[in-house]
Design a binder for this molecule. Structure first.
Ligand SMILES: Nc1ncnc2c1ncn2[C@@H]1O[C@H](COP(=O)(O)OP(=O)(O)OP(=O)(O)O)[C@@H](O)[C@H]1O
Ligand SMILES: [Mg+2]
Length: 296
């Protein structure tokens, strides 16, 4: 199976939200990583066919999705960002309702609901009304509804928003299982969500995909660009003015900083192995980006 995006473009008044985006995806996990406002949600909506592109086309196996939209939606699972659901349903009746909307057979649906509630750790609360759920539970219900029809294409807009570290790990495990026979696109601005599971990473900035590469290739491009320096407050402050700082640790009077530089910044600087946080900051340094790292 193949999902092809060709020259997608979308503007809101004079703001270009998605700017001439093209790529082809096969089964696997594809992470769309980008700062707030970079165009991830707009791109995903067009891939789902719920937002009309100004220009460009989305094809599944070489057929335009809008030409055969009913068939396409049968293959599609979608978790919108900040999804608003029917809050008076309880979890299982909400999922049954989605099953009806997706025209799923009753037996299949019951079995799948059971499986997903177990996998997403929601069995104990299956009778709870949505309006009484925590943010993380709601998010897991959203993920369950997206997976209900065993989609061939799964689009998850910020699936880990609101999940605690344990649930984020569980989500990663679920997705790496699903990604074996599904095209998964997930958006995030949390680097640690995608570092271990994404087959490739698409970095989106100001409406454009800057690159689409597997993590090892991305990291290779950052070699000899990450350094660590120890020093007192005064010495370190000078480096902080001149370089992009990825991390800062204080131990008594000694401060250790991790910074990005095209050259060795001083004789005692120690070269470090780059990670995805370093890459992210190197592209988003001017946007006051901060890096959320996993607490575990
Ligand atoms: N319906 C809309 N009307 C006007 N502008 C919009 C609309 N939707 C998105 N935009 C603008 O398009 C740009 C891209 O927004 P989008 O929501 O796609 O970004 P994003 O990467 O998903 O951001 P976030 O990480 O905050 O979810 C932003 O500048 C946003 O303000
Ligand atoms: Mg978004």
């Amino acid at each position: 199976m193949k999902l092809t995006i060709e020259h997608l473009q979308k503007s809101f008044k004079d703001k270009i939200a998605v700017n001439d985006v093209s790529f082809t995806l096969e089964e696997g996990i594809h992470a769309l990583l980008g700062a707030n406002g970079s165009g991830k949600t707009t791109l995903m909506r067009m891939i789902c066919g719920i937002m009309k592109a100004d220009q460009g086309i989305v094809k599944m196996d070489d057929i335009a999705i809008l030409q055969n939209y009913k068939e396409y939606t049968k293959s599609l699972g979608y978790l919108p960002q900040n999804a608003g659901f029917y809050m008076d349903f309880n979890i299982e009746s909400f999922l049954r309702y989605i099953g009806v909307l997706k025209c799923l057979k009753k037996d299949y649906c019951e079995q799948k609901i059971d499986e997903l509630l177990t996998r997403l750790n929601l069995q104990d609360v299956r009778k709870k009304k949505l309006k009484h759920l925590s943010g993380g539970m709601m998010q897991r219900v959203g993920i369950a509804q997206a997976l209900l029809n065993h989609p061939k294409i799964l689009i998850l807009d910020e699936p880990s928003a609101g999940l605690d570290p344990k649930e984020r790990i569980a989500l990663r495990q679920l997705l790496s299982h699903v990604g074996k026979d599904t095209i998964v696109i997930l958006s995030t601005h949390i680097v640690s969500d995608v570092e271990s599971i994404a087959d490739d990473i698409m970095l989106m900035k100001q409406g454009q995909i800057l690159f689409k590469k597997p993590l090892p290739d991305i990291l290779q491009g950052m070699s000899e660009k990450v350094y660590e320096i120890n020093g007192n407050e005064q010495a370190i402050r000078a480096f902080e003015q001149d370089y992009t700082i990825v991390n800062r640790k204080t131990d008594g009077n000694i401060i250790t900083i991790r910074l990005l530089s095209d050259h060795k910044p001083c004789a005692q600087a120690i070269e470090k192995e780059p990670n995805l946080d370093d890459v992210y900051l190197s592209y988003f340094r001017e946007e006051n980006a901060y890096v959320e790292t996993d607490l575990l």
